[in-house]
Design a protein around this ligand. Structure first.
Ligand SMILES: Nc1ncnc2c1ncn2[C@@H]1O[C@H](COP(=O)(O)OP(=O)(O)OP(=O)(O)O)[C@@H](O)[C@H]1O
Ligand SMILES: [Mg+2]
Length: 460
């Protein structure tokens, strides 16, 4: 009567067995369970129910103020208990709290699932699979991981996946974008500061390394740190301790480091912009995340993944991508990699009125793109393939290059120059077209032409 008066639907059962059957049939939101019953007693029903569905809230009704039994009941998974005689007030308040709590738990479970799908790594291409194998091997360890790859290929996603699969997953994942923090603030961001340690330090701040204690710190865009910061970071990695600015106290930290960059750190070292000792500290387990053009097989799956996510996020009806559209998207040259693909899919999902996305719905450049596998020249391979563009350059350059390329730098330049000449020839010296085919901005190509003194050949 209490429950029905409050607007709840109520079902009764006269024994443990009947109760179990009814619960499995009717899936109630909560169960009130007496302890003393004929046949199967309440404690046994409780254990059985708890084994069937851990999330079902069960409130025990205990007879004679027997504390021992109620403690047992709570241990076996009951969320609360009433003592007879039942007080109307207490039943209503408890039930309301219990239902609220279980609603929150359900919401939490859904959110977790949604988060997992947000950070799911989609794709099965050989190139991606080898990344995932490295992730699997690195995750259970404390080893420093260096993620390399172009912009938008999924480095952050990989970093989060490593953390999630590590023994540190219960602790924090702290991300620091080294490129986004102004030089004069980065130290206090990373290491923290005491109140009053410099003008503007009106409050004490705990640094990112301290925040990540026992967890993982993700140093993103690590190639963009100043020399000074590099030296400090190196010290933390060596000593595993930090000092807040304005404090003489050192604080021990236990952090796992994952770093990422889209820069070529070895070249930065050659130019004297990146410390070699820091590079060796970071480069314990390098993982190269390949660009989308090296794993086109993954594109249809990624399109479907992003289509589903967009539909969920924007409350849209799910849409199908026709195979002709998927083919065109697979051929397109994705300069911005997966991030660009995701944006394109999102746009198509929102802007296409019909239930299916057809090839006609794609923007013109995506519709008409033809696949042209762009390979970077690999000087090492060039040496064994005399016809290749790079090999031409080294011994018999047009007099513009040193005949014998002595240093790595000279060799690379010579190879790059020859590659460009070759590609320009193939495209009748059409600069725009060449730039597009080799996947570089036109302005960059012009710069290279000037740098290498490349001029159009006039021949038949
Ligand atoms: N394999 C994948 N499966 C599903 N989504 C992916 C995958 N790879 C990347 N993404 C998504 O693409 C976007 C870009 O990825 P992410 O931010 O990890 O790239 P990044 O390499 O860190 O880029 P940047 O260098 O620009 O910071 C994100 O929205 C990410 O969730
Ligand atoms: Mg990133």
């Amino acid at each position: 009567m209490i429950l029905e008066y409050e607007g709840y639907q109520f079902m009764g059962a006269v024994s443990g067995q009947d109760g179990l059957a009814a619960i499995q049939r009717e899936r109630p939101d909560a169960v009130l369970l007496d302890i003393k019953m004929p046949g199967m007693d309440g404690m046994e029903v409780l254990r059985k129910l708890h084994a069937l569905d851990e999330s079902l809230p069960i409130i025990m009704i205990s007879g004679h103020g027997s504390t021992a039994t109620t403690v047992d009941a709570i241990k076996s998974g009951a969320v609360d208990y009433f003592e007879k005689p039942l007080s109307t007030e207490r039943v209503i308040v408890t039930l309301r709290n219990v239902l609220k709590q279980s609603e929150l738990s359900a919401e939490n479970r859904d959110l977790k699932l949604a988060m997992e799908s947000r950070y799911e790594i989609v794709g099965q291409s050989p190139a991606l699979r080898s990344v995932l194998e490295s992730v699997q091997r690195a995750s259970p360890t404390n080893a420093t991981v260096l993620l390399l790859g172009e912009s938008g290929v999924g480095k952050e996603l990989v970093a989060r996946t490593i953390h999630r699969n590590s023994p540190r997953s219960g602790q924090r994942f702290v991300q620091v974008n080294c490129a986004a923090i102004p030089e004069e603030l980065i130290e206090s961001e990373l290491f923290g500061h005491e109140k009053g340690s410099f003008t503007g330090a009106t409050e004490k701040q705990v640094g990112k390394f301290e925040q990540a204690d026992r967890g993982t710190i993700f140093l993103d865009e690590v190639g963009d740190m100043s020399q000074k910061t590099q030296a400090k970071v190196l010290r933390v990695l060596q000593e595993q301790e930090v000092e807040r600015l304005g404090s003489a106290r050192t604080i021990k930290v236990d952090v796992r480091v994952i770093a990422a960059t889209n820069k070529n750190l070895e070249e930065a070292i050659e130019r004297g912009e990146f410390r070699e000792d820091l590079y060796f500290r970071l480069n314990v387990i390098p993982i190269i995340v390949p660009p989308l053009r090296e794993r086109r097989e993954d594109i249809p799956r990624l399109v479907q993944h992003f289509a589903k996510r967009t539909a969920e996020e924007h409350n849209l009806k799910p849409k199908r991508f026709e195979s002709s559209a998927l083919e065109a998207l697979s051929r397109y040259r994705w300069r911005g990699n997966i991030r660009e693909l995701r944006n394109a899919v999102e746009r198509l999902m929102i802007m296409t009125p019909a239930d299916a996305v057809r090839v006609e719905d794609l923007p013109a450049d995506m519709r008409n793109s033809e696949s042209s596998p762009v390979r970077m020249p690999i000087p090492a391979a060039a040496a064994t393939a005399p016809e290749s563009a790079a090999a031409n350059a080294v011994p018999k350059s047009d007099g513009q290059q040193p005949a014998g390329a002595g240093t790595l730098r000279e060799f690379k330049d010579a190879a790059e120059r020859a590659y460009l000449v070759q590609k320009l020839r193939e495209n009748n010296w059409n600069i725009s077209k060449t730039a597009e085919i080799i996947d570089t901005p036109r302005s960059n190509l012009y710069k290279k032409l000037e740098q290498y003194g490349i001029k159009q050949e006039v021949d038949g």
